[in-house]
Design a protein around this ligand. Structure first.
Ligand code: SF4
Ligand code: SF4
Length: 383
């Protein structure tokens, strides 16, 4: 019997590329004891993002998710890190950027497709197969499973780094009733490098592999409310996510994966002009972004981030567009953020619009933003 599973595992590893899988490994289905301690501490310190499965037991004990689990198969799919002929962001035509993890087809769909192919492949050979696939939204920690299955090491930037593929990988897993022998974790690690921790713009990496989500730009760009002045300045032109702690990583140097057809980016979508985003309709947003993972929170966070980016660029040509948002957008967060951006750009036209809006605005939070903006604009040198 042992031979049967050893042989099947070998065949599965050989078949992985033809199933569209770039790396595959097997983890035991034992509880993730040390992860549980880390997650409890993380919660205690208030460092959760709020997007995670609330039940820590479920996140760390496969047996609570699947009856009598025997193994967890981990898969990785590699995605591109470079744009071919990226359009220029320049004065009068400023552009924002989406995180590489959102460049192609929504990775949930791609991973589900690969896991479905793998499951079908296994079922042909193991009719008694029971399997449950999980992708990101599943209760288990993709990273902990990937690490245990030898896909890569758990890095100081909180990503899993595969020695061959770097951290430009999507992770998924499948709990099964097949008693595959587990793989060994990889032996490589970050060593004495601290580049990602040093480069993080908000000091969100509070220690090796420890993230304070509330300060991480990747999470902040996905929230829907007003953002603090400090974090808005640090968001730069990021519309969704943040890649800084991965782009600086020496292991990722030169790694750019262009072989997965659904994951190749359209530069106009992933590095879009900012001003047209301010008025993009629901239909157009769905057509342009609906297939990417950046659309999961709707268009509001991306539009708010476009307003922030124009402010950070100090893009004077966008003042009339931002005034339109301040005066006419029905969403208070957009109006409040536009007030901030106008103050950041400055100038008489922006100031006049803020003064006029302060007399008309009824929303308390937006009124506060406008009065902060007026204070800030008064301190700027006259344009
Ligand atoms: S994603 Fe950006 S903000 Fe978050 S930890 Fe990495 S560098 Fe810092
Ligand atoms: S930048 Fe250095 S410390 Fe950070 S993840 Fe990469 S190798 Fe590890």
């Amino acid at each position: 019997m042992t031979d049967r599973w050893a042989k099947l595992k070998e065949e599965m590893i050989q078949a992985a590329p033809s199933l569209g899988i770039d790396k595959i490994g097997v983890a035991s289905a034992d509880p993730f004891v040390s992860l549980k301690q880390v997650l409890l501490r993380h919660r205690e310190l208030g460092r959760e993002s709020g997007f995670e499965e609330p039940d820590i037991e479920k996140r760390t004990n496969p047996a609570l998710l699947f009856e009598n689990p025997q193994s967890i198969i981990a898969i990785a799919i590699a995605y591109p890190s470079k744009l071919t002929n990226p359009p220029k962001s320049e004065p009068g035509a400023r552009r924002g950027i989406l995180s590489r993890s959102a460049w192609g087809e929504d990775y949930h769909r791609v991973l589900r497709d690969r896991l479905a192919r793998l499951e079908a492949w296994l079922r042909e050979r193991v009719p008694e197969l029971r399997a449950e696939s999980m992708v990101d939204t599943g209760a288990l920690s993709d990273r902990a499973v990937a690490e245990r299955a030898g896909i890569g090491w758990s890095a100081k930037n909180c990503a899993v780094i595969s020695p061959e593929l770097g951290s430009w990988i999507y992770l998924g897993e499948m709990i099964t009733n097949i008693p595959f022998a587990p793989d060994e974790p990889v032996t490589e690690g970050c060593g004495s490098c601290t580049k990602c921790i040093d480069a993080c713009p908000t000091d969100a990496l509070v220690g090796p592999g420890q993230l304070n989500s509330s300060r991480c730009i990747s999470f902040v760009t996905q929230t829907k409310g007003m953002v603090s002045d400090e974090l808005m300045r640090k968001i730069g032109n990021r519309l969704y996510g943040c890649d800084t702690c991965q782009t600086v990583c020496p292991v990722n140097r030169g790694k750019n994966w262009t072989h997965q057809p659904e994951l190749q980016p359209d530069p106009e979508v992933v590095k879009p002009l900012l001003v047209p985003l301010l008025t993009i309709g629901n239909k157009e947003f769905q057509a342009r972004y609906g297939h990417t993972s950046s659309a999961w929170r709707g268009k509001k966070p991306i539009q708010r981030n476009a307003v922030i980016a124009l402010g950070n660029f100090k893009e004077a040509s966008a003042v009339p567009d931002l005034i339109r948002v301040l005066e006419q957008d029905s969403r208070p967060v957009l109006r409040g953020t536009a007030a901030w951006a106008l103050a950041r750009i400055g100038g008489e036209q922006a100031k006049a619009a803020l003064l006029s809006a302060s007399g008309k605005e009824r929303d308390e939070e937006v009124r506060t933003s406008i009065s902060n903006a007026l204070e800030q604009i008064a301190e700027l040198p006259k344009k």
